[in-house]
Design a protein around this ligand. Structure first.
Ligand SMILES: *[C@@H]1O[C@H](CO)[C@@H](O)[C@H](O)[C@H]1NC(C)=O
Ligand SMILES: *[C@@H]1O[C@H](CO)[C@@H](O)[C@H](O)[C@H]1NC(C)=O
Length: 562
């Protein structure tokens, strides 16, 4: 029951006086809470205007005496006065705003068997039975034009109680669902908190890993540089150094072997000469079988054509190889030892071979390939790569490990940012809409089907062809006002929670589609209706238990609670 604030206060103030005065019959149309103003049976004092006093007989005499209409609680005589919106002072000079407002909420119907209520004064004795407000028909007490309104409170009351019971039942169910939504919302919120805590730990670990890998990369890079430095001015130089030493070794061996060979040949010649002389000078008449056998063997040996022991061509090669002068030997070691790393190592290794004498190439190729693989595997040489970087495998691996650790750290940071920003988002009182986010409901409407996904989007789907038109994406939860009829049939303005959806598909020659989803308490999540209020500006009326208000919600709330 909506009462003007001033009257409400008066009614409360007067409660103590009432008990003793209930014996006095109330004039017609007066509610029990206003009875105290009508106790004096001689003089009536206008309720809001105590300065105006009239004889008691003027109460309910069908003539409006009081500026607040309080002298006519049972007739329509003062019904011209406004109840909700007071006339302005200018309309009636000399009276305050309060004076021009009806002091009483209306004609009081007892409605025995149902519940009492007030009928607006202009409906008193207007010849129409206002059963929805006055089921006992007492508003037509004067029977204008012989009209009699019978008392229907028994049946109306019964029907009302049944409906009320169903409503209560539905409300109880809705509040139960709301409780579940609240529990789910709080569970999700807790989950996000847990996620954030977990991510914080993971980020700390990942951060430490990145730092250690950064340090590791530095060390490996430093080692990489050192390897090269100790071997010479570059990797090629290091390789050239190794090759030069080996070639030097081989050359020395060849020189030594040739010396040994030549010495051996000299000794052989000496022996052959001794044996030749022996053959000529020995005395065949001496019948010594041992000597004879030796001479025969010598003859066999000498008869065999053993060919030239020393091959001239080979000798020339050997001469070539053993030349001490680097330039004459065909290898420009100086060039290689001072070469800057200009191109890929692998290329240089092959080029190196081209500088060697042919007799060495085969040896070098075998050995170099093996050596190269060894050097690569040990990080001295980088594996051949297309981008011709000269980084060693160890450095590349360290760099890759760091990169992947950084990537996962970035990933974790973005995850925690998402969770933190979600936690700061407005999800309504107690975050209840968290639990509904993403849930979709739809409603058939002729050739279309409308869809509402909570805190996500609104859509219009053509039943033929199924083309989907976006009617907006969720932007915010807001308060909105809607006009409704109250029980007395008056238009009143009510505040409701609305979900706003914007930037839907653009309209030809118009704005981008948008939808305001006005929420109403209901047991189910359900679209009641969809309307296009203006071109491409839609409104949906949706019921949900999320906005139902139980007894525990009936505390004054402020907008920023939402
Ligand atoms: C919490 O983290 C898990 C794993 O990353 C994720 O699947 C879940 O959706 C997160 N919870 C919420 C409520 O966002
Ligand atoms: C519709 O939205 C697009 C971007 O989504 C924007 O560029 C355009 O200006 C909007 N049109 C109107 C009329 O607001």
């Amino acid at each position: 029951m909506r009462l003007p604030q001033s009257l409400f206060l008066l009614a409360v103030a007067g409660t103590s006086a009432r008990a003793s005065s209930d014996k006095v019959a109330r004039p017609r149309g007066v509610a029990p809470e206003f009875a105290k103003f009508y106790q004096d049976t001689k003089t009536f004092t206008c309720i809001s205007n105590p300065a105006v006093q009239i004889p008691y007989s003027a109460v309910n005499d069908d003539f409006c005496d009081c500026p607040d209409g309080s002298d006519e609680p049972g007739t329509a005589a003062c019904s011209h006065l406004s109840r909700n919106s007071p006339l302005t002072v200018a309309d009636r000079p000399g009276h305050s705003e309060l004076e021009l407002t009806l002091a009483l909420p209306g004609y009081y119907c007892k409605n025995k068997g149902h519940r009492p209520s007030f009928v607006p004064f202009q409906r008193v004795n207007d010849g129409i039975c206002d059963y929805e407000l006055c089921c006992d028909g007492s508003d037509e007490w004067a029977r204008p034009g012989g009209k009699k309104c019978e008392d229907r409170c028994k049946e109306i009351g019964k029907k009302w109680r049944k409906e009320e019971e169903a409503k209560q039942k539905s409300m109880t169910a809705a509040l139960k669902k709301k409780k579940q939504l609240l529990a789910e919302a709080s569970r999700q919120e807790q989950e996000i908190q847990d996620n954030i805590s977990r991510l914080e730990v993971e980020i700390k670990d990942a951060d430490a890993k990145v730092q250690s890998l950064e340090a590791n990369l530095k060390v490996v890079e430093e080692q990489d540089r050192k390897v090269v430095r100790t071997k010479g001015k570059g990797k090629v130089n290091a390789l050239a150094g190794v090759a030069k030493a080996r070639v030097e070794e081989l050359r020395e061996s060849i020189v030594e072997l040739r010396q040994q060979r030549d010495e051996t040949l000299d000794r052989m010649k000496e022996l052959e000469e001794i044996l030749s002389k022996f053959k000529i000078e020995y005395n065949p008449n001496f019948n010594d079988e041992g000597v004879k056998r030796a001479v025969r063997s010598w003859e066999d040996y000498a008869a065999r054509d053993l060919g030239e022991i020393i091959n001239d061509a080979q000798e020339r090669d050997f001469d070539e190889i053993v030349k001490a002068d680097d330039k004459d030997s065909g290898v420009d070691w100086e060039h290689w030892e001072n070469e800057e790393d200009g191109c890929a190592d692998s290329d240089l290794v092959y080029k190196l071979a081209a500088y060697l004498p042919p007799s060495l190439v085969e040896f070098i190729e075998d050995k170099v390939l093996a050596a190269k693989a060894f050097l690569e595997d040990n990080g001295v040489l980088a594996k051949p790569s297309t981008d011709s970087t000269t980084e060693s495998k160890a450095v590349t691996e360290a760099r890759d490990a760091l990169k992947s650790a950084q990537d996962s750290l970035n990933n974790l940071n973005s995850k925690i940012r998402d969770q933190q920003s979600d936690l700061e988002k407005d999800y309504g009182t107690a975050g209840i809409f968290r639990a509904l986010k993403g849930q979709c409901i739809e409603k058939d409407a002729g050739e279309y089907k409308y869809e509402h996904c909570f805190l996500d989007s609104t859509k219009q789907v053509a039943k033929k062809g199924g083309s989907v038109t976006s009617m907006g994406k969720f932007t915010k939860i807001a308060m909105t006002t809607v006009e409704e009829l109250n029980e007395a049939g008056d238009v009143i303005t009510v505040e409701k929670i609305a979900l706003e959806y914007e930037r839907g598909q653009s309209c030809w020659n118009g704005p981008n589609r948008s939808t305001k989803v006005v929420l109403e308490c209901g047991e189910q999540n359900e679209i009641l209706k969809t309307a296009e209020d203006e071109k491409c500006v839609y409104s949906m009326l949706v019921t949900t238990p999320a906005v139902c208000r139980g007894p525990e919600d009936d505390v004054p709330r402020s907008k920023d609670e939402l």
